[in-house]
Design a protein around this ligand. Structure first.
Ligand SMILES: [Zn+2]
Length: 405
């Protein structure tokens, strides 16, 4: 089973024909197609596939029950952001399957169980809390709160899971499963452009910047775009617009990044002043203090124009993920394996969140990055060259062989 063969089958699933972007939202038909694809491919490799209580898939090479704090796990996610790229998450899953195929082809016999995990709702594109599957598994979110999360159509996670044939009453921390894992290594397409100038196909993660999402609600008063005098308006769009610009300026001042990527204006008529603007701020920074400070100053900056326009502002934190430092021992071991094989693998920080960040709180965790020549991600333009993907598979196989041998 080659990487190219796996990729050809996975590539069309959940892709929008107009935008060429992916819409693989969790617990939708596209998600079900991806799950079926994974289960079939894992079955071809002779792996045993199960769905855990949180909807994550696990394909076991060797007995799950025999694993006692020593299973070697790799994998990533198959869901996408709206019109996302094909590599984010999917590359890690396809590479994991191809790496196991490579090890099986050379008759490697693992002494420790090896598993491939596919985490659900990593992007938070549907239920707005990223890494939901790994958060639930590690107890980082209360199961009742998770069940009540709803999508843009008001469908709760519980209802969506039930409709897809999963049981939401089982959601919650999975200490039994976590207790079987000795190491987790996630391979991921690089989201940024650090490897290309270094002429390296593979990188190793140092840690993950803290990041979070905040919902800004600007509430004004709906009015007529023609007859309402400018001075009489309470237009929530104006303080929102000032806040977008302030976020950009304040992020730059703090050495952070801040993005308003999603906004809903209501009622949204082209000839009316809106009554409300709801927008989501995504902010990330090198450490927790800088991030908190960045968001606090953006919030203060939003309050001034809100007051000026007679608009009320509320800000609610929807998710927060603190700084993650990956296990140094495992990182050195991974780097050592790659260096010994003649693969230069520089160590990089990242500002993107990953399931590995949640697992890192409980088990030694590492990440491999595969070069992204343009650095573009969360877009149909996201790309990794085929030779680099193959190099990633080989690097992952070497690491699994070392850890499970
Ligand atoms: Zn991802």
């Amino acid at each position: 089973m080659s990487f190219a063969e796996l990729w050809r089958e996975l590539e069309p699933l959940g892709r929008d024909p107009e935008t060429a972007g992916y819409r693989r939202y969790s617990w939708t038909p596209a998600d079900a197609e991806c799950r079926t694809w994974f289960t079939r491919q894992a079955g071809r490799l002779g792996l045993t596939v199960e769905q855990d209580r949180n909807g994550n898939l696990w394909a076991w090479w060797g007995s799950r029950d025999a694993a006692r704090q020593d299973a070697v796990v790799t994998g990533s996610h198959l869901d996408s952001v709206p019109d996302g790229g094909g590599y984010d998450g999917a590359l890690g899953v396809a590479s994991a399957l191809a790496a196991v195929a490579e090890l099986k082809a050379k008759n490697f016999n693992p002494e420790r169980a090896v598993a491939i995990a596919v985490f659900t709702e990593e992007e938070g594109a549907r239920f707005r809390v990223p890494c939901l599957g790994s958060r639930l598994m590690t107890g980082a979110i209360e199961p009742g709160a998770a069940r009540g999360l709803s999508d843009d159509d008001g469908i709760t996670l519980a209802a969506a899971m039930t409709a897809a044939g999963a049981d939401p009453s089982l959601l919650g921390p999975d200490d039994d499963l976590l207790g079987r894992i000795g190491a987790f290594v996630e391979l991921h397409v690089e989201q940024g452009r650090a490897l290309a100038p270094m002429d390296a196909a593979i990188g190793v993660a140092e840690g993950i910047w803290p990041h979070g999402r905040w919902r800004f609600d600007f509430t004004g008063r709906a009015d007529h775009a023609g007859t309402a005098r400018l001075a009489d308006r309470n237009d929530p769009m104006l303080p929102y617009a000032s806040t977008v610009l302030a976020a950009r300026r304040l992020a730059a001042e703090h050495g952070a990044v801040a993005t308003f990527g999603k906004v809903i204006a209501k009622p949204g008529g082209a000839n009316g002043v809106n009554s409300a603007v709801r927008a989501w701020l995504d902010a990330r920074a090198p450490d927790d203090n800088v991030l908190q400070d960045t968001v606090a100053t953006i919030r203060s900056a939003a309050e001034i124009p809100a007051k000026e326009h007679g608009v009320t502002l509320t800000v609610r934190q929807e998710s927060y993920t603190p700084l993650v430092r990956f296990d140094e021992g495992l990182r050195d071991r991974v780097t050592g394996v790659l260096t010994a094989a003649g693969i230069a693998a520089p160590v990089l920080p990242t500002a993107a969140g990953h399931d590995a960040g949640f697992l890192a709180a409980r088990i030694p965790t590492a990440m491999l990055f595969v070069r992204n020549p343009t650095g573009v991600s969360h877009s149909p333009a996201e790309h990794a060259g085929e030779a680099d993907c193959e190099a990633g598979v080989h690097a992952l196989a070497l690491v699994l062989e070392d850890l499970a041998g």
